[in-house]
Ligand binder design. Sequence first.
Ligand code: NAD
Length: 492
Amino acid sequence: MATEPIVVNAIINGEAVAAEKQYPRENPTKPSEIVGYGPVNTKEDAIRAIDAAAAAFPAWAATPLEERIARMRSAIAKVKEATPEFVTLLSREHGKAKYDAEGEMFVSLAWMEYACDVAADVLKDKVEEREDGRTIITRDPMGVVSAITPWNYPISLSSIKIAPALVAGNTMVLKPSPFAPLTVTKMVELMAKEFPAGVLNIVHGDADVGVELTSNPKVAKIAFTGGTRTATHIMKAAADTIKNMTLELGGNDAAVLLEDFDVNDERAMRRLVISNFLTGGQICMIAKRVYVHRSIYDKFVEKYIEAANKWIRLGDPFNPQVTVGPVNNQPQVKHVQRLVDDAKSRGAQVIPLGQILDPEVFEEGYFLQPTLVLGAGYNDPIVVEEQFGPTVPVLPFDDDDHAVALVNDSIYGLTSSVWGETEHAIRVARRIEAGTTMINTAAVQGLDVRFPFGGVKQSGIGREYGAEGVTSYTETHVINIPKVGELPNIPE
Ligand code: NAD
């Protein structure tokens, strides 16, 4: 599906701003093909975008909540209309299979609509009339929000920030990842037209532009999704001006298969395979290490390989039979390959999984054959580091205490899953350190935009989704009107 490369620009104060230089984004399925070009923005462009957002803030913050929601709803309608075009572009620039890109658009729209619904309630003033006075609690916007997003889910992880931040009365400068910059810029271009100039801006770049977005004194809040190491730089950059921040970071999510998990349940086994390999494993909340009770371990491995070989079908993302496309970029291929090679060198058994449907495409693109890693040590890099790609280690455990200790022995705590008899699984789930624990499913299959999502430990700070994903873009402001505004023990 080769078409002319598209060119996207920065959008600053409602205007498309062409840059002197552009950078290419290749198609990871066919790297010789350029899907489009993004602008090489500078620190000065970032400052202009922040200034525009700061100038737009007072009037937007003063706009009634109902009007802010109404404008967001028309922006959502525009994105909905453009969905088929966005799905194609997203698949081409990212490498994710078409059904997967459709899923990303679906969740993004569902969340933005939910954010509007919930905002109408949670952002209203709360007024308490009492005998001893009256208290009004308002949810005030914070100001300029810098939103910085990764490449793996560029639409979801931008819309998760845009909708709540704007309906709450903030303005925004968004910076997408250079590894998937095109579709999200098209989306912002459409949405920005529904708001006053300067309310929604987008600039491109990497750490250089990122540093400005996270240190500029006019920025009130940072909404960041990306790697834990990058977040350490961001926290330092933001420290001088004490910025509010929501950080959605890396994960090394565990799946625990209890002794009462039925290894012959083909649907459950398929759900587990999907939890490991959807989007080629490039999801923060994918199950990245699998712990299996020793009593079912051998049978489990046999049935898992069967299910994985059926479900994982590699090739062209536009082939309707394909479930897994290429890895998004070369550095990520190298990172995953390094972990798998390291596991091999330590004596682990590496079992290739899946069927290659389009061998030519597989050879040309940034593909990696998915693998199951058996016999790794509990502390080997393949187990303790985030792979963020198509490989997964499986390790045995002896009892619930052992499983819980293994899961919690991690710097991360994003999501997790427990599989087996429901009440037993819930008992184990309660002991796991994570933001979300799913029972008998995992990863995006158990995601629900109505409930808060985020990590503990080094997986992040704060929550997105749910009512909390809206109120996190506000400051609680108490206006207190006591009947008698004096303390009784203060002398006349
Ligand atoms: P990354 O941290 O390399 O980059 C994320 C974004 O930060 C990009 O836009 C990048 O340009 C920007 N950036 C880089 N250096 C910066 C700096 N010094 N200051 C400001 N911005 C800077 O992450 P990635 O490789 O794009 O994404 C993969 C990571 O994201 C994985 O660790 C994954 O687990 C995580 N992730 C987390 C969630 C979640 O919800 N918790 C969701 C998706 C991805």
